[in-house]
Design a protein around this ligand. Structure first.
Ligand code: 13P
Ligand code: SF4
Length: 328
């Protein structure tokens, strides 16, 4: 047997190494020293959210990344989110706590396969959900997020042929919202949003007749048909805050409950159940790779960094800029 390499992949933090006990203080110090901003998605662990300068949904995080004057962006989210921040900010350092924090939707739409698939639809406009790689963005005409997908599709001329990728559930929801029946869907799904059980949801609804079901559009139709409100993470939080209902059954990643409880402190929040309640399937395994220890290491070492080749970045930027212009 040849020598075994103990080297870690370039740019990966070393989570096993000892770190200071006062991690929160050290993160505050490093943010100041590096002129860094910490952006976090609502699906992050609560302690990461509490340390962030800005917590938001995918669209808000892209908008915050575009606006920031910081020299360093530490992005506590998944890879495609940090990559979008880098596409918008080529001159800034963008670091992620864990480079392996992927997304099942992005992983389920490899660019070479997507490029071939698009050949069957040469006269279609390509609308891609932001949960995709820079390469897929570069093959798209316009990007959308869960908070603006229906608005963006509605703004396209009637009669315009459209393909929508990669989330088939969001795509089906957009078709319903816009009445555009002929949109062609890439058949991707999110592993987290597919775990919710309709059977268990109905049981909980029967136990809490006063509750409103609210759901993210990445959920299956069987869940969405019970939802009083369907929206992006930020829209769900806003709805819980404003609605008169005293109880909500929340069908999305469980990390959202932290911010929702802060914004709607008098409401009772129940996480929608996965079929197998012994698993933590309603927690995104990718998002949860980020810990405050890794946030500290990323700010300390300015690694791992997102880097994108300039030609690809410029091609991926155009459809993102189109989305941002339509969402201003
Ligand atoms: P939002 O657009 O609501 O932030 O959702 C992102 C996401 O990854 C949902 O799984
Ligand atoms: Fe991707 Fe689903 Fe995780 Fe969102 S919850 S980042 S769509 S795997």
């Amino acid at each position: 047997m040849g020598p075994v390499s103990l080297m870690r992949p370039a740019g990966q933090p070393r989570p096993e190494e000892p770190v200071p006990l006062d991690l929160e203080e050290q993160i505050h110090r490093l943010k100041k020293e590096r002129n860094a901003v910490l952006l976090a998605h609502y699906y992050q662990e609560s302690e990461v959210q509490d340390l962030a300068d800005f917590v938001g949904d995918s669209l808000q995080l892209s908008q915050a990344a575009k606006k920031t004057k910081a020299d360093v962006i530490c992005f506590a989210g998944v890879h495609f989110m940090a990559e979008t921040a880098k596409i918008l900010n080529p001159d800034r350092i963008v670091v992620v706590p864990d480079m392996e924090a992927g997304c099942s939707l992005a992983d389920g739409c490899p660019a070479p396969v997507f490029r071939e698939w698009l050949k069957d639809y040469p006269d279609h406009l390509v609308v891609s959900y932001i949960n995709c790689s820079a390469e897929v963005k570069a093959l798209s005409d316009i990007i959308c997020t869960s908070s603006n997908a229906a608005r963006i599709v509605s703004a396209l001329p009637r009669g315009q042929k459209i393909v929508f990728a990669p989330d088939k559930h969001l795509g089906r929801f957009v078709k319903k919202q816009t009445g555009r029946d002929d949109i062609i869907l890439w058949q991707g799904t999110c592993v987290v949003h597919e775990t919710f059980s309709e059977r268990k949801l109905i049981e909980i609804m029967a136990r809490h007749p006063e509750a409103e079901v609210i759901a993210h559009p990445e959920c299956e139709e069987a869940i969405l048909r019970h939802a009083k409100f369907v929206g992006s993470t930020s829209a769900l939080i806003e709805h819980a805050r404003k609605s008169a209902a005293p109880v909500f059954i929340v069908a999305t990643e469980a990390g959202i409950l932290h911010k929702m409880a802060k914004e709607a402190p008098t409401k009772r929040l129940i996480a929608a159940p996965p079929e197998d309640e012994s698993c933590a399937c309603n927690k995104c395994p990718h998002m949860r790779r980020n810990t405050i220890k890794k946030v500290y290491l990323a700010l300390r070492d300015l690694q791992p960094r997102i880097e994108i080749e300039e030609n690809l970045r410029a091609r991926a930027l155009a459809p993102i800029e189109r989305m941002l212009a339509m969402s201003a």
